[in-house]
Design a protein around this ligand. Structure first.
Ligand code: XBP
Ligand code: MG
Length: 252
């Protein structure tokens, strides 16, 4: 029997639906502030999500969609500055208009803590953004629930590379088989599986159609007693929530 020692959560799209109404809007506002006549529509943003990391996404868009926009002499520095401003705007947004956690997230985090299961985060976004989301959408002290927060540029290669999950495992000092990753995207799944961590997927509107082969379980969300989860792939009964006993069973 394998012990379930830790849950490692992705952030954007998994803890909360932050991409469309917060990250995307913060990017667009910052483009305007920097004099760029760029606008990322909801649809275009869905395509750009294939590239993880804000700085990387901006670079990709510039190189592949906007060769008509002249590059400043210090291109990398310009992008880094723009991204810093975007982070500020994103943090202000979460403070003034918190994005709710997805169904079942707070419940599962609370249950895991009560069961002595360690919590960690492995994300492409940066630590400021993680801290703001936890503060305003969960509780001002919720950051302390997580023993390890592996975020952003702490590793060189972002998801789908497995570096961030390998880093989290190293910090936790745990083998991958004693952990479960919680993800929402194919990029995230590949990153977790690359580190050999069994993975549960909660899809969202941007990721529903992606390939999740190799996942332990694919559901629409983690579920609440009053709002059960729907299984999209995997063997579990009906009217259920993703809870600690189920997760233990999945890796047993
Ligand atoms: C989410 C991302 C991030 C955010 C923007 O990854 O891809 O790039 O869209 O965040 P994950 P930054 O789901 O793994 O958290 O601008 O801070 O990079
Ligand atoms: Mg995600």
């Amino acid at each position: 029997m394998t012990t379930l020692s830790a849950l490692i959560f992705d952030v954007d799209g998994t803890l909360a639906e932050t991409e469309r109404d917060a990250h995307r809007v913060a990017f667009n506002e910052t483009f305007a502030e920097f004099g760029l006549n760029w606008f990322w529509s909801e649809e275009l943003y869905g395509k750009l999500l294939a590239v993880t990391g804000g700085k990387e996404r901006i670079k990709f868009y510039w190189e592949c969609y906007r060769t008509d926009t002249p590059r400043p002499a210090q291109w990398e520095t310009f992008i880094a500055d723009l991204h810093k401003k975007k982070t500020l705007r994103y943090n202000q947004k979460l403070a003034s208009n918190p994005i709710p956690l997805r169904p079942g997230v707070q419940r599962l985090l609370t249950e895991a803590r009560a069961a002595g299961i360690r919590l960690a985060i492995a994300t492409t976004t940066n630590l400021d953004n993680v801290a703001a989301l936890l503060h305003y959408s969960l509780s001002p002290t919720a950051i302390n629930w997580f023993e390890v927060i592996a975020a952003g540029d702490v590793v060189k290669a972002k998801k789908p590379a497995s570096d961030i999950y390998k880093y989290a495992l190293q910090q936790l000092q745990l083998p991958p088989t004693e952990c479960i990753a919680m993800e929402d995207s194919n990029n995230g799944l590949r990153a977790a599986l690359g580190a050999k961590i069994p993975t549960v997927i909660t899809v969202n509107d941007y990721t529903r159609q992606e390939n999740f082969s190799g996942a332990l379980l694919v559901v629409n969300h983690l579920g609440e007693p009053t709002q059960p989860a729907t299984v999209l792939a995997g063997k579990v009964g009906e009217n259920f929530c993703v809870d600690v006993p189920l997760l233990r069973l999945l890796i047993a």
